[in-house]
Ligand binder design. Structure first.
Ligand SMILES: N[C@@H](CCC(=O)N[C@@H](CSC=O)C(=O)NCC(=O)O)C(=O)O
Length: 276
């Protein structure tokens, strides 16, 4: 990991690293916020997975999360949303290709060589950031926005022993049933759709017998993508007595202004789950 920038922020450091990913077979960047408490020893880490068209920088620039993370003693790890580079497959559409990795391992060409975001986030990157930064990797939780909310839910639900809590802002909860997800899964995973279920939060909730981490979801009622792409009603139907809270926030849209409005509550909730 090559440190490419480090900026003091609320007493801690907003860092950005460049590294080679063996899994994605390309150069990647990742942003890590370290709170002031990290100067004294390893701190718990919250992952933030971003949405379509985002890089590792949208959240650190727009969400205003560092103030809360500094108060709570939490690190925030912000990965990019796809492999990148001239030799990496891409698409003209904003919802496919670079910037739109959907947190799956692609099995179809021309995507399979580089688009392995599932393995990157769950296997490769934790080792790299854990080695480069003073993080307590025994205390992790995960959150995300939109496509990244989908990633946070599916990765968190698949690794219930790794993450103390899962939260999401306006997540895609049922990609098998909405246009963004059907397009991405058809392109990256192909047929049969039965292979898609491992990447659909509603399907995972329906089939899981495990003790799951608590889940917190905020969804803006004025979100343009609400009815067609996000469909929180489909997840609400799968709650079945589990520790899942879905909050409908009147007047809020899909933007980072919405995330900034509630990120402090999400981080405080993660800190409680992480016993900070
Ligand atoms: N057509 C728009 C769509 C892009 C968009 O809204 N991206 C969201 C995430 S949507 C789901 O994953 C986002 O977070 N954008 C970045 C930001 O900083 O707001 C477009 O092409 O712009």
């Amino acid at each position: 990991m090559e440190l490419i920038s480090s900026v003091k922020c609320f007493g801690g450091d907003q860092r950005r690293y460049r590294h080679r990913s063996e899994v994605l077979d390309c150069e990647m960047t990742v942003s890590v916020y370290l709170p002031p408490q990290a100067a004294k020893g390893p701190v718990p880490a919250v992952w933030f997975l971003a949405g379509l068209t985002c890089s590792d920088e949208n959240f650190i620039i727009k969400a205003g999360a560092q103030r809360y993370a500094a108060e709570l003693g939490l690190a925030i790890i912000c990965p990019d949303t796809s492999p990148r580079g001239d030799g990496v497959a891409d698409d003209e559409a904003y919802d496919l290709g670079q910037g739109a990795g959907f947190y799956v391992n692609a099995t179809r060409e021309p995507w399979a060589k580089h688009f392995r975001m599932w393995d990157y986030i769950t296997a490769e990157l934790p080792g790299l950031v854990g080695e480069a930064c003073p993080l307590d990797m025994q205390r992790q939780s995960i959150m995300g926005h939109s496509m990244g909310g989908h990633g946070a839910l599916t990765i968190g639900l698949t690794h219930p022993d790794r993450f103390a809590a899962i939260s999401a802002f306006a997540p895609i909860v049922a990609p098998m049933q909405v246009p963004w997800g059907v397009k991405a899964f058809t392109t990256y995973l192909g047929e049969p759709p039965s292979a898609w279920a491992a990447h659909d939060a509603c399907q995972l909730l329906r089939s899981s017998q495990a003790d799951l981490p608590p889940i917190l979801i905020d969804q803006g009622e004025a979100d343009n993508f609400l009815a067609e792409q996000l469909r929180p009603d489909l997840l609400e139907a799968e709650i079945r007595g589990r520790d899942i809270t879905v909050r409908r926030q009147e007047g809020y849209d899909h933007s980072y202004f919405f995330i900034a409005s509630f990120v402090g509550e999400h981080l405080a909730w993660h800190a409680r789950a992480l016993a900070v």
